[in-house]
Design a protein around this ligand. Structure first.
Ligand SMILES: NC(=O)C1=CN([C@@H]2O[C@H](COP(=O)(O)OP(=O)(O)OC[C@H]3O[C@@H](n4cnc5c(N)ncnc54)[C@H](OP(=O)(O)O)[C@@H]3O)[C@@H](O)[C@H]2O)C=CC1
Ligand SMILES: CC(=O)[C@@H](O)[C@H](O)COP(=O)(O)O
Ligand SMILES: [Mn+2]
Length: 381
């Protein structure tokens, strides 16, 4: 029986993780979960999965949850609550499904407590990849990628020698505006941007997919997860999201991982690695699909991907600022304060204003994250 804690159980990844777990109750025990503001769903989850510990965003919400869950359930809140969920129970594996760099401290707490990580919260690696990687090395825990592309690469690398990899290619759907030119992006609405062609995901990552920031994050995530240089990481547009990514070896052999776009497959793989068993998902029928399509990446069309590569290569606090400025820009776009094309302008302005520090400690990461947020918030058009 594997003991699991979930940070962000009420979100898209969190609910799909619980879906996998409810299909195999003999294999998993839920130790702790956290939600933010969706107490209705969180209370249902606590009553169904009976974790010992649960966390919410605020003290008021914790009081509400406490009144509606079995006696003996410990209810905590805020950042301390997330850290407790990450580290304080007997969980073997912590699924990090919080959105944004607020996932960093709880993820580090889980690693410090010797937990294996099922990593969905990619912003953690973007913001402080060197710190997370070093903590993982010191503690000897496993980081099992949940992000579909990284799960694909992880599966392709199984039993292979990383030194014999020439490069990896991360596939990109192109997001909600994949068939529009840049000129056609003027005036697009939040509702249109939230229509991802292949995946049903949380709002923030759906916007990140449309700007291609998500793919930029995934390049940086792959750099840290697989210890590859940026020159070894390519991005290719593949509108169907059936080939989830692939690895090319020095002998020109390519290994790819395929499947229908359904996050429950990579989630379950992270929960059960190295074992596999049946998932409640549809099998891929290539004959029914008939054709798969590919397009070369256009960095003029997607400047956020160019900025992500530049930030990753620069390193230090630059990816921290790239991430934090993007978090604010996306929040402002979702609130209707700025346009879709102004998201990239906010990021670019923050990157230009920022002075990069090499090899930053956690305090400096935090400071620069706060600086970038406040600067991105202050930009007026
Ligand atoms: N969704 C997907 O298919 C994929 C997601 N990812 C990554 O996984 C991560 C999660 O994404 P996704 O599931 O889509 O995001 P969602 O927005 O759907 O879920 C986010 C989770 O974080 C919680 N949360 C938000 N703010 C707070 C807060 N202040 N305090 C405590 N909890 C909070 C939410 O709680 P509540 O809703 O209760 O407020 C929710 O449980 C992201 O890093 C994303 O990039 C990666 C690959 C695929
Ligand atoms: C499901 C998943 O892993 C997302 O990160 C996905 O990659 C988003 O799709 P695109 O960024 O390719 O549009
Ligand atoms: Mn992905």
């Amino acid at each position: 029986m594997k003991r699991i804690a979930i940070l962000g159980s009420t979100g898209s990844i969190g609910t799909q993780t619980l879906d996998i777990i409810q299909h195999a109750p003999e294999k998993f025990q839920i130790e702790a979960i956290s939600g933010g503001y969706n107490t209705k769903l969180l209370i249902e989850q606590v009553n169904q999965f009976k974790p010992k510990l649960v966390s919410v965003a605020t003290k008021e919400l914790a009081n509400e949850v406490q009144l509606n869950v079995p006696a003996g359930t410990k209810v905590v809140y805020g950042e301390e609550g997330l850290i407790e969920v990450a580290a304080a129970t007997d969980a073997d594996l912590v699924v990090t499904a919080l959105v944004g760099s607020q996932g960093l401290k709880p993820t580090l707490a889980a690693i410090d407590a010797g937990k294996h990580i099922g990593l969905a919260n990619k912003e953690t690696l973007v913001s402080a990849g060197h710190i997370v990687t070093e903590a993982v090395r010191k503690k000897g825990v496993a980081v099992l990628p949940i992000d579909s592309e990284h799960s694909a690469i992880y599966q392709c690398l199984n039993g292979e020698n990383i030194a014999q990899v020439s490069k990896i290619t991360i596939t990109a759907s192109g997001g909600s505006f994949r068939d529009r030119t840049r000129a056609e992006l003027e005036g697009v609405t939040v509702e249109q941007a939230l229509q991802h062609p292949n995946w049903a995901m949380g709002a923030k990552i759906t916007i990140d997919s449309a700007t291609m920031v998500n793919k930029g994050f995934e390049v940086i995530e792959a750099h840290w997860l697989f210890n590859l240089s940026y020159d070894q990481i390519d991005v290719l547009i593949h509108p169907e999201s059936v080939i989830h990514s692939y690895v090319e070896f020095v002998d020109n052999s390519i290994i790819a991982q395929l499947g229908n776009p359904d996050m429950r497959v990579p989630i379950q793989y992270a929960l059960t690695y190295p074992d596999r068993f049946v998932t409640p998902t549809k099998r891929l029928d290539l004959a029914a699909i008939g054709k798969l399509h590919f397009r070369e990446m256009d960095y003029t069309r997607y400047p956020c991907l160019r900025m992500a590569y530049e930030s990753g290569r620069q390193g230090g606090t630059t990816p921290t600022v790239f991430n934090a400025a993007n978090e604010i820009a996306v929040a402002r776009f979702l609130k209707g304060e700025i346009t879709f094309l102004q998201i990239e302008q906010v990021i670019e302005a923050a990157l230009q204003k920022h002075e990069s520090y090499a090899n930053p400690a956690l305090e400096l990461i935090h400071e620069q994250d706060l600086w970038a947020r406040s600067y991105a918030e202050s930009i007026q058009f």
